[in-house]
Design a protein around this ligand. Sequence first.
Ligand code: MG
Ligand code: ZN
Length: 546
Amino acid sequence: MHSFIKLSSAIITASLLSACGGDSSSSDSNSRTNGASSSGKIKNVIMMIGDGMGPQQVGLLQDFAAHSKTDIYKNRETALELFANSGQVAFSSTTPVGGLVVDSACSATQLATGKPALSEVVGLDIEGNSTETILEMAKAAGKSTGLISDTRITHATPAAFASHQAHRSMENEIAVDMLENNVDVMLGGGLRYWIPQGSSSTSTELVNLINEPTVKIKSKRNDDRNLLTQAQTAGYELAFNADQLDAIEGGKVLGLFSYSAMLDGISYTACKKADSCVQPSLADMTTKALDILSKDEDGFFLMIEGGQIDWAAHNNDAGDMLHQLLKFDESIQAVYDWVADRNDTLVVITADHETGGFSFSYSRKDIPAADPTIVGDAFVESNRDYKPNFNFANPDLLDKLYAQKKDFYNIWYQAGGDLADVEPTSVDLLNAINGNTEFTITQADADRILEHEVNEYQEADHKYLAATEFPKVDDFEEFYVYGEEVHLNLIGRALAKHQNTVWSTGTHTHTPVQVIAWGPKEAQQRFNGLMNHVEVGAQLIEAMKN
Ligand code: MG
Ligand code: ZN
């Protein structure tokens, strides 16, 4: 039985790889890999991490590109596909030490250090000691370094590359580590960890420093350190909006464009369409970082995170997850545009794990009618209409997901009268959901989203589990861990039957994730077959050293 399973998964993997164009022989004809100056020498390493972007999420992006009536991918491929089809695709297990399911901090630590790591730590080995990351190795080799995220720059994924702390939640300490690490370009959200405690929009010094602030000024530090002025003293230029970033031409840059996370996927799409974005996009940050870092003759290491794919997936919010994937793919395109003609740069695109156990699935609801336009011989001879037994999910669903007007956070917030911590009425929630999505739920569905039950797993002083009550989940309730935010998962549940979506959890799954490697053949070929994330990290480090 065991060997049978092994054999079949090997066959499945082989066919997946060839379907993705991962066959290394297919890249032989690519001039990039046999260009005259190609010695396999890697000057630059670009790592891109779609947080929570497992194979299912990639499938959503690819299906959208194939079927959408929008012009986003009209006559072109996704950037992810460009890299996959001219590079190499492997699969990788993401498991932590002592577990089967990984969190972002551990996963990024394994990618950054090439060593096994414990859950929820950043930049530590399994004994809990600081261990050198690829970013630090790059720095030591004289290269420039950069970190980009559309979450907080101190959030788990970027943190694992430039800090060493016992827990991912120690973002004040992480900010200090990042600054002391002298990372040349840091662009993302999370201003709140960089300004002295008690800071507010009445702090004249900060308001002057930030220069007509569009960012909410409120500190989460518990000391008086002003990391912004420390950064300036250390030679950094500061940026707090897209225009300020645009004006910077080189040197070291610290860009903090929001109080916490940068824009969600749907809000980003909306401001982009209206040409009204105040924040730089993930693609803008990517292009700017590449401009600056590529001035270093010794090369650079750059990590770019699409960090909120995971957040949308945690909420089981398929509409926002699609927009997050589109946002990340724009950044991948920016990398492709910069790198396409080069033979000195290794690009590795992967995920830290899959989130949500997302999928489209076929159902017994809305069985399609017979299609009389399908009149091939077999149908005529058997006197049958083409009429499948089940609803195999109409591709039109993809544009309906795209048309969602707000992410679940903002739908919930709108329903509560735009007041924080106000639980909406059932009628307001119904109107907010039906008014912001292409799907229609019932009043009974809205009632259901608002129900609570006793939290059987109450844990005093726990950030999420201290509550006596949790939103009521009928099945798999143990996998919905984030307190009141579980209401958002229940919105996802109410929409699921209309969206042909299924979600198996509000947390992460252990699903192996794709690793797309692109660059000089010798480097790209390191990423092959069934790997794990410790190996992926170790190979990345080896490739950079060679
Ligand atoms: Mg992350
Ligand atoms: Zn997550």
